[in-house]
Design a protein around this ligand. Structure first.
Ligand code: ADP
Ligand code: ASP
Ligand code: MG
Length: 414
């Protein structure tokens, strides 16, 4: 008998009717002769709603209490799913992350999984239960509830598939699979049949939130193959796996978009060893993460340094740097919001030239100004004005020929 882990995201369990549909699918999978472990997310909007409520209680709620609060979203959705399965004549039981044996470190709101002891899951599977696990959460060695970062139910599913040595791991969501761009922005984006872990990792890290990047990282590290597929339609999705030789034939696999970015530029930084170190050590000490970093040295013994960060981190970064900039002997600092990041990703870039020029020419032709550029072996990213992001995405997607093949026309050619 094979074991399948299925994860259902927030929209897929977004109301009673959808939960019933998930329950039917779980029962059908069980009836087809598989052992089934389901990982359930909070119902759509619940996590955001709880965060909003928490902020109404306190400007800075403690991270420990945030975890206790947010974990309830997944717990209610998994209990409701178990009830739906049982009402339809199946046999299901729900478990919190802790009861499922998921042990994490003690870093609240972004805990890392330390290990999983799936003893109870295995016992319940042996008793023929469909085991339903609340996603996104675990327990620290001290017994505190922890959560795994936004989108963390993906990580629960991948980590359980690894720990249980599952034969298959299916991530059910509200799109048919990973697309060449977010289909909400580029309607003719096409579904990707097969994607390398490295590509999905870069895409997730660059804003394609269809999979949590930490989950993809975990899958790559432990070789967990998985499929991202639709919970609404029974069609094949996207299979993520280690790179295969023919994957390099495709130069650009997808275009990723990230909104809510901010940019800081420090001008006239003395061009001497230690300047950048001092700036980024202070940023790291304030627990802020920066993304793109670009420095250009002028001929006059100074350099201009720009970097991006999440918009929410801008105010604390500005407060901290306003103090540091004069001490460093730098001339000035500017901070900008309203910027976004667009990235093209593909492992084919390792062996094909000309991707950067094609991207820059396409953005130039669309009248989109590029503010910052950064590259990795398989990604080129640019920072642009956020108001131009959708238009830039559509132009880039077209320039790299990523659109769906048109359905055959019914009209015979004349
Ligand atoms: P879930 O609740 O199932 O975890 P998410 O909302 O986290 O689902 O992820 C699915 C969403 O990701 C889609 O609705 C889509 O808008 C967005 N998305 C962004 N980039 C992509 C992409 N390249 N391919 C598919 N979906 C994408
Ligand atoms: N409910 C959590 C979130 O909204 C985790 C998840 O859905 O994967 O981020
Ligand atoms: Mg998600």
């Amino acid at each position: 008998m094979s074991l399948i882990v299925q994860k259902y995201g927030g929209t897929s369990v977004g109301n009673a009717e959808r939960i019933r549909r998930v329950a039917e699918r779980l029962i059908a999978t069980k009836k087809a002769g598989h052992d089934v472990v389901a990982v359930i997310s909070a119902m759509a909007g619940v996590t955001d709603g709880l965060i909003k409520l928490a902020r109404e209680m306190s400007a800075q709620p403690s991270e420990r209490e945030m975890d206790v609060l947010l974990a309830t979203g997944e717990q209610s959705a998994s209990a409701l799913t178990a009830m739906a399965v049982n009402a339809l004549g199946g046999k299901a039981i729900s478990l919190t992350g802790a009861a499922a044996g998921i042990v994490t470190d003690g870093v609240h709101t972004k805990a890392k999984i330390a290990h999983i002891s799936p003893r109870q899951i295995n016992e319940l599977l042996a008793e023929d239960y469909i085991v339903i696990v609340a996603g996104f959460q675990g327990q620290s060695p001290q017994g505190a509830i922890t959560t795994l970062g936004r989108g963390g139910s993906d990580l629960t599913a991948i980590a359980l598939a690894a720990a249980l040595k599952a034969d298959d791991c299916q991530i059910f969501t509200d799109v048919d699979g990973v697309h060449t761009c977010d289909p909400r922005v580029v309607p003719d984006a096409s579904k990707i049949d097969e994607i390398a872990y490295d590509e999905l990792l870069e895409m997730a890290g660059a804003g394609s939130k269809v999979m949590q990047s930490r989950a993809v990282e975990f899958a790559k590290k432990f070789g967990v193959g998985f499929e991202v597929r639709s919970s609404q339609k029974d069609v094949p999705g996207t299979k993520a796996r280690e790179v295969t030789p023919n994957m390099e034939d495709v130069v650009v696999r997808g275009v990723s978009l990230e909104r809510n970015q901010a940019k800081i530029t420090i001008c006239g930084v003395p061009d001497r060893p230690g300047s950048a170190g001092a700036i980024f050590a202070a940023i790291a000490a304030a627990n802020l993460s920066v993304d793109m970093i670009v420095q250009n040295a002028s001929g006059t013994g100074t350099a201009d340094l720009s970097f991006t960060l999440q918009k929410d981190d801008l105010v604390p970064a500005e407060i901290m740097l306003t103090r540091l900039v004069p001490k460093l002997g730098a001339a000035a600092m500017t901070a900008t919001t309203g910027v976004a990041k667009l990235s093209v990703v593909g492992i084919g870039m390792r062996s094909h030239a000309g991707v950067a020029s094609r991207l820059f020419e396409c953005l130039g032709a669309a009248g989109v100004n590029i503010q910052l550029i950064s590259t990795s072996e398989i990604k080129i990213a640019v920072v642009i004005d956020e108001t131009e992001l959708d238009r830039a995405a559509q132009a880039t997607h077209a320039a790299f020929g990523l659109a769906q093949p048109r359905p055959p026309s019914n009209t015979a050619p004349t």
